[in-house]
Design a protein around this ligand. Sequence first.
Ligand code: AP5
Ligand code: MG
Ligand code: ZN
Length: 216
Amino acid sequence: MINLFLLGLPGAGKGTVSEQIVDKYHLTHISTGDMFREAMANETKVGLEAKSYIDKGDLVPDEVTARLVEERLGQPDIKEGYILDGFPRTIVQAELLEEITKKLNKPLTNVISLEVKEDTLVNRLSARFMCKKCGATYNKITKMPKVVGTCDRCGSHEFYQREDDKPEVVKNRLQVNEKMNTPLKDYYQKNGILSVVDGEQTPEKVFESVDAVLSK
Ligand code: AP5
Ligand code: MG
Ligand code: ZN
């Protein structure tokens, strides 16, 4: 059983490598960012609350985020294992997660820190674009759709840039997330379940490195 937490700054490639992990290991992918974007699109109560933080690049309050994760981890499709992408992001969230997973008897088995230099992160985020219909992620430099203007996954022709990928917001997002990154790494280092992967490699090599950790 693999219960993985992927730790990495904005643009580190958490979403990209999660897709590859799901293909091989059939784990359930839980991205709090994706969940918030869905809630914002549907204008739910959580979505409206989250939007005021996300559009500025700030963190959504710990309690709101943890409640969302607790609910998700309680669903039956978690049985075969899960990937947490972008949660926990603070020590308080890490502690809440420990309580939640203890209650559900689904403790983390691995933490992988995907490490990428700040310059690379900024370049990746400014070049990223998304399919409007299915949310598939592309990149103007490293990952264009196979047929220009058509989503590989759903065939849609409409794309958009995430509000929080605009340059003014990216700066704050990186700062906010950098502050918590080292304390979180230390937290899981002490737990003895942390591995570090070089996220500067090609997506194929990143997955190979992650796969090497998970298949141990
Ligand atoms: P979230 O959606 O999680 O954003 P993030 O952490 O900033 O991470 P990203 O999704 O931007 O990057 P990624 O690592 O997934 O990279 P990707 O694979 O797309 O969260 C958004 C917001 O929600 C937060 O700012 C916060 O407000 C709120 N939130 C979420 N969780 C929260 C929490 N726990 N607590 C409080 N608030 C929370 O790749 C990036 C680009 O690079 C793509 O274009 C991709 O094609 C390309 N790329 C990927 N890998 C490679 C590679 N190896 N080589 C070249 N290009 C690559
Ligand atoms: Mg992501
Ligand atoms: Zn699509």
